[in-house]
Structures are given as C-alpha cells and as structure tokens.
Design a protein around this ligand. Structure first.
Ligand code: F6R
Length: 241
C-alpha cells in the first residue's frame, strides 16, 4: 500500500483525479465509482478537467460499487441517480457505459451474478475509487464480511444507516439492505484508490492500514492487494502510528 498524506481534502481530490485522468488518457478504461461524500471533490475536479482540459470519458465504462435495495433507479438517493447527478451526466460517457446494480431486481442473487459477469466482460476494473465507512466498510461490506466475498445482498449495520441518514428525510428511510460488490470483487480491480478525509475516518483508516487483516475491519482486506493508493488528508491520517 502506498499511503499519501496530503494537506487538505482538495489535495486528496486533485491527486485522485490525477490517477483517474492518467488512466483515461491511456486508452479505453473501466472505472469503478463509489458514491457518498468522499469522492465528490474528485468528481468535481474531473468534470472541470472535462470542461476545461479536454479530458474525455467517451471511450470509458464505469461500474458502481453498490446500490440500495428497494430504491428504483429514479429515486433521488439511489446510487444510479446520485452518480448521474454528481458526475456522469456532466461528462461524456456514452449511453449505456455507466453500469449499476438494480436495487429493484426480483432476484438479487441473479442480479449480483449478472453484474459480476458484466464487469468481467468489460475486462475488469482498471481504477477503483473507494471511500471507507466509520466501521471500516468498503463498498457495503460491513464488518464480518468474508474477505473473499463476491457481489451479493447485504444488511447495513445500524451505524452505517445512521451515517447515511443525512441523505434522507429520516433515518428510518435509509434502506436496510444493499447490493454490493464483494471484497473479492473489489480486489480484482487493478488499482485501488482509497480516499478518506476528516477526523471521523481516522480510526477506521488506522485499522485498515496498520491493523491486522481481518473481517472486523473489511477495508483491511485491501492490504492483500498489490496496488493500493491510500489518499488521506491530515485529519484522516491522524491516528496512524
Ligand atoms: C459508497 C460506498 C461506501 C462509502 C462509505 C463512506 O458507494 O461504497 O463504502 O464509500 O460509506 O461514505 P462517505 O464517503 O459518505 O463518508
């Protein structure tokens, strides 16, 4: 793992955008996109580089990490809608190039298996953007997730539902279940970019980066990957030894 500690969240966003831009300019690319607050600065930076720096996503595909079960793609808090509003609608991905899990699928297991097949058919993910939960989750692989897990349905912890309540009118509106790429699926991406900003993430970051590899901190599974860049602001790095 390379750990890069940067002065501010904006520096984290710019550094992550540099890695994505390098990949996209190299040729047709498959990007792995996270939602949540963490990557928003990176997406804003990429939109700016698209508008003002000639960066094109026309030859790229993207796969979302996860989706709430029970929210149709049209729901404003579905990750389909969020990623469109925050990033993909503002750049030049081709129609059909941005893939997400169907949170309304009648058979979530079949949906998960089909998603794995779609990622494989695209040639796998070149660069995967990741945030981290305060409980150490990546994607929605909550503590005690199998380190070898594949895309599947998961139950959110109370902590994660509370953390995500800010996006909904009421905490009870946060869905209980999600479809998420597994820790094994995420580790198949060729380059992982784990981003964290702020003091609230410091403990989870320390456990992920310096703790033992284990299911208590799912993000620690990233230590098993040969190419991970951990981009932190000083607050998120404040509990590192
Ligand atoms: C989102 C995702 C989650 C978030 C994590 C951090 O697609 O997979 O793992 O990255 O919950 O969320 P934020 O960035 O909102 O603190």
């Amino acid at each position: 793992m390379e750990i890069i500690i940067l002065p501010t969240p904006d520096d984290v966003a710019r550094t992550a955008a540099d890695a994505i831009e390098d990949q996209v300019r190299r040729g047709p690319s498959v990007l792995g996109l996270a939602t949540g607050s963490t990557p928003l600065g990176t997406y804003r930076e990429l939109i700016d580089r698209h508008r003002n720096g000639g960066l094109s996503f026309a030859a790229a595909q993207a796969f979302l990490l996860d989706e709430y079960v029970g929210l149709p793609a049209s729901h404003p808090q579905s990750y389909h809608s969020v990623i469109r509003a925050e990033f993909t609608a503002s750049v030049d991905f081709n129609a059909g190039a941005v893939h997400g899990l169907d949170g309304m699928a009648r058979d979530p297991q079949a949906e998960a298996a089909e998603y794995e097949a779609r990622i494989a058919a695209a040639g796998g993910v070149d660069v995967q953007i990741l945030g981290i939960g305060t409980d150490g989750h990546v994607g929605f692989n909550e503590p005690m997730s199998s380190l070898a897990s594949r895309t599947r349905i998961k139950t959110l912890t109370r902590q994660t539902r509370l953390d995500n309540a800010r996006f909904f009118d009421a905490a009870e509106d946060v869905p209980d279940h999600v479809l998420t790429q597994g820790l094994g699926t995420i580790r198949d991406a060729r380059h992982l970019l784990l981003l964290a900003m702020g003091e609230a993430k410091a403990e989870a970051v320390a456990a992920a980066v310096e703790g033992p590899v284990g299911a208590f901190c799912p993000a620690s599974a990233l230590q098993l990957h040969p190419h991970v860049s951990v981009l932190l602001d000083e607050a998120a790095a404040s509990r590192l030894a």
